[in-house]
Design a protein around this ligand. Structure first.
Ligand code: ZN
Length: 239
């Protein structure tokens, strides 16, 4: 079952509208995607979510929502407040630079799903921990969608064995174009240096870059079992 908080769509669209308005563009305010997301979080944490199940429900409730002018006006007020606060204290540790050299605004785009998977030690079936997992595309480390995502990804103890990547979108000529992307997963650990897992994703280009995470658009790899480089040698030594 797919659950969606439709307030996210409304808030994100109002945030984008406001950031792209002449009023804001003329001020010296950072308009990067991280600041926009910070404002959206500020607002979403202060209003009630409205969950819907099917995409049909989304369309239906959205039209309902737009009839409710007062509610919309409340969100606009909160967005204004959030924008003021976020622009006053820029989040440290972020470059506030969208790194979008791959994507021209309003151009057709290959949008990637979140790629997730799990790693187990093939000898004892224990999930890996603290290993650095790397995602490559055509032999190069893949740039992530934004700074909330890491490549290499370090497996953490809260979700042992799990890794997740969200590749940055890539511009193309037109929407509806089909392209096969060849990914490879590797591990930055001398004990597992020979490990390599390849998979292809066929992506159809969209008319624009997605601007929020689509939870139901996740590509789950099969579970990966890996062995240390010297595993076979050890086996041979046993009687
Ligand atoms: Zn910023």
């Amino acid at each position: 079952m797919k659950i969606h908080n439709q307030m996210e769509d409304l808030v994100l669209s109002i945030v984008d509208e406001m950031y792209d308005s002449k009023d804001v563009q003329e001020q010296e305010i950072c308009t990067c995607s991280q600041c926009r997301l910070d404002v959206a979080c500020f607002v979403l944490n202060r209003i009630s979510p409205e969950y819907v199940i099917s995409s049909r429900g989304v369309a239906h409730l959205r039209s309902d929502y737009h009839n409710s002018v007062q509610k919309s006006a409340d969100v606009v007020q909160l967005v204004k407040k959030g924008l003021e606060i976020v622009s006053r204290k820029k989040r440290p540790g972020f470059t506030h630079d969208d790194h979008l050299e791959n994507v021209k605004p309003d151009s057709a785009t290959f949008n990637f799903p979140v790629i997730s998977g799990r790693f187990f030690n093939g000898q004892n079936f224990i999930p890996l921990l603290n290993q650095k997992i790397i995602l490559y595309l055509d032999g190069k480390e893949v740039k992530m969608y934004d700074q909330n995502w890491q490549n290499p990804y370090t497996i953490v103890s809260t979700i042992p064995g799990n890794f997740m990547f969200w590749p940055e979108s890539i511009s193309t000529e037109k929407a509806g174009e089909k392209k096969r992307f060849s990914f490879r997963i590797g591990i930055d650990d001398p004990d597992y240096s020979e490990f390599s897992y390849r998979f292809d994703l066929e992506i159809t280009s969209d008319s624009r870059k997605v601007n929020s995470l689509q939870v139901n658009n996740t590509y789950n790899l099969k579970d990966l079992y890996i062995f240390k480089n010297d595993f076979e040698e050890n086996e041979e030594l046993e009687p």
